[in-house]
Design a protein. Structure first.
Length: 145
């Protein structure tokens, strides 16, 4: 993730144990989930604003060289609103069941990796309610050969 001027950019990374095609399926499932969110006001309230997929024709290494530009997939990136708050895993959140239900009602079924703003840390912050990130329409399991 990269954060600039209130925008978070998620660029997917190559993984030596996964094919690029598999990573592209996961990327598309996340994009599809954000597109579904747009049709459900209850979900739009608890997720960052989605700005859509972006494509990077060329990625340069930063001064530290981390992550390596060669590992980033410029055709698998999207942007959303940057939520400046601590996050915890959804599985530990006190409203987990209600959050999972509203996503399931929208056809978004993969929340295993989802994170949500930590309710104990947003007292006095400018962030109303909860915000959920890292979800997708469905889970993809890599084939093991």
């Amino acid at each position: 993730m990269f954060f600039i001027d209130g925008v978070a950019t998620k660029i997917f990374k190559r993984n030596h144990s996964l094919t690029d095609d598999f990573i592209r399926m996961v990327f598309q499932s996340e994009v599809d989930a954000y597109l579904k969110v747009q049709n459900f006001p209850a979900l739009r309230e608890i997720t960052p604003k989605f700005y859509g997929p972006v494509r990077f024709e060329k990625i340069l290494n930063n001064a530290q060289g981390l992550p390596s530009a060669a590992t980033l997939m410029g055709d698998c990136a999207y942007q959303m609103e940057y939520i400046q708050a601590p996050f915890i895993k959804l599985g530990t959140h006190p409203q987990r069941g209600a959050i999972e239900k509203v996503f399931a009602d929208a056809g978004i079924h993969y929340l295993k990796d989802a994170s949500v703003t930590d309710p104990s840390s947003i007292v006095g912050e400018n962030i109303p309610g909860v915000r959920v990130i890292d979800f997708s329409v469905k889970e993809y399991v890599p084939l093991v050969s």
